[in-house]
Design a protein around this ligand. Structure first.
Ligand SMILES: Cc1ncc(COP(=O)(O)O)c(C=O)c1O
Length: 380
């Protein structure tokens, strides 16, 4: 058993050995520029196009609808700013939710400073956006709806398809940040009824520094960067072939092992929750509705303890994250937990535990023991 036990897979994942193997020849030998017409360039162009097909297959779109970026943050920027800029003549109103990642909210804030009007929809106590709320705030000048697929902190899965239908009926472009859902739950762009979807490689066993944006054919978008014509001019710059190859392989593996991974992640998350409840009883408070939650994610508060104290006490043995930040002695609750109206005590007692596809029962049993002992110690 590896030590410490890593249970923070929503923060990032290790790179899958199969992905590493696929990337190595491109690190060591295949250095050609995909735009070059001679063979080492053409071969790398083929590698990029193969990866595009692998990504497209995972989310059920056409390869030409995939644009490689450097990360989910860039994909979200391209999606939101790109759609906003391309549709200025139609209107300047954007709808989003109050539980988005900063890679969405900060883009919206920036657009707001330039004159766009942003509606931040509330969520219920489990973090769900109500599709009727979306419908109610649509205006004539609404050009974009951006609602995340699954939340990074609490795992809540949004009713994306229902919102997608509403967006389509009202002829409004619909983007979803699927950074946390790709590879964990089904992310079929047609079933979800989305026009743009953000992919983050390092959340599902590709390396950090690679992402993609799905853009449905026919969607008008402005590019953020200007340069040569790579990625059809939407995202110019010499392709990051090594990372793109890694992302492609990670998508292939995610699709191939989907059922097995989902089962493993859920089995370890459920074993963890059952173990904690059996040891700590009603001191354990689950913040979400597990029926509609990522199967690897557990947002849980341990009554009467500080999550920070817990995370640091167990930090040599088990790695988890907290729902609040502590700076210069002041505790601030995450905007997600605030939007879910969690009271201060519960929010500051909240940790996020997220399992991975290779998390074992042995690791979970060890984590249960370590967390239980620490919670008991902190409760004294
Ligand atoms: C939902 C969500 N969106 C966007 C991001 C940003 O990802 P990156 O830092 O790789 O750009 C993250 C990362 O945690 C995320 O969880």
């Amino acid at each position: 058993m590896k030590h410490p036990i890593y249970l923070d897979y929503n923060a990032t994942t290790p790179v899958d050995p199969e992905v590493v193997k696929e990337m190595i020849p491109f690190i060591e030998s295949f250095y050609g520029n995909p735009s070059s017409s001679y063979s080492i360039g053409r071969n790398n162009k083929e590698a990029v196009e193969k990866a595009r097909e692998q990504v497209a297959k995972l989310i059920n779109c056409k390869p030409e609808e995939i644009y490689f970026t450097s990360c989910a943050t860039e994909s979200n920027n391209l999606a939101i700013r790109g759609i906003a800029m391309a549709n200025q003549q139609k209107g300047k109103h954007i709808i989003t939710s109050s539980i988005e990642h900063p890679a969405v909210t900060e883009v919206c804030k920036y657009l707001s400073s330039l004159g766009w009007d942003i509606t931040y929809l509330p969520v219920d106590k489990y973090g769900f956006v109500n599709p009727t709320d979306v419908e109610n705030v649509i205006r004539k000048d609404t050009v974009l709806i951006s609602i995340m697929h699954a939340n990074n902190e609490v795992g809540t899965i949004q009713p994306i398809q229902e919102i997608g239908v509403i967006a389509r009926q009202n002829k409004i472009v619909f983007h979803t940040d699927a950074s946390q859902s790709v590879g964990k739950i089904e992310t079929d762009v047609d079933k979800l009824e989305v026009d743009l979807l953000t992919i983050a490689g390092h959340k599902f066993y590709a390396p950090k520094g690679i992402g993609a944006l799905y853009i449905r054919k026919g969607t008008q978008i402005e590019n953020l960067m200007h340069g040569a014509g790579q990625e059809k001019g939407i995202r110019p710059g010499t392709e990051n072939v090594i990372q793109i190859v890694g992302l492609g392989k990670a998508c292939e593996v995610a699709l191939r092992d989907f059922k097995q991974n989902r089962h493993n992640m859920q089995a370890s998350r459920d074993r963890l929750l059952d173990g904690l409840i059996s040891q700590l009883g009603n001191q354990v408070h689950v913040n979400v509705n597990l029926e509609n939650c990522l199967s690897n994610t557990l947002s849980v508060a341990f009554e009467n303890i500080s999550a920070h104290a817990l995370a640091s006490l167990i930090g040599n043995d088990v790695l988890i994250s907290t729902g609040s930040a502590c700076h210069s002695g002041e505790t601030t609750i995450s905007s997600v937990l605030q939007a879910m109206s969690l009271d201060f005590r519960t929010a500051t007692a909240t940790v996020r535990i997220s399992t991975g596809k290779h998390t074992t029962g042995e690791e979970i049993d060890f984590a249960i023991e370590v967390i239980t002992n620490a919670v008991k110690k902190l409760s004294l």
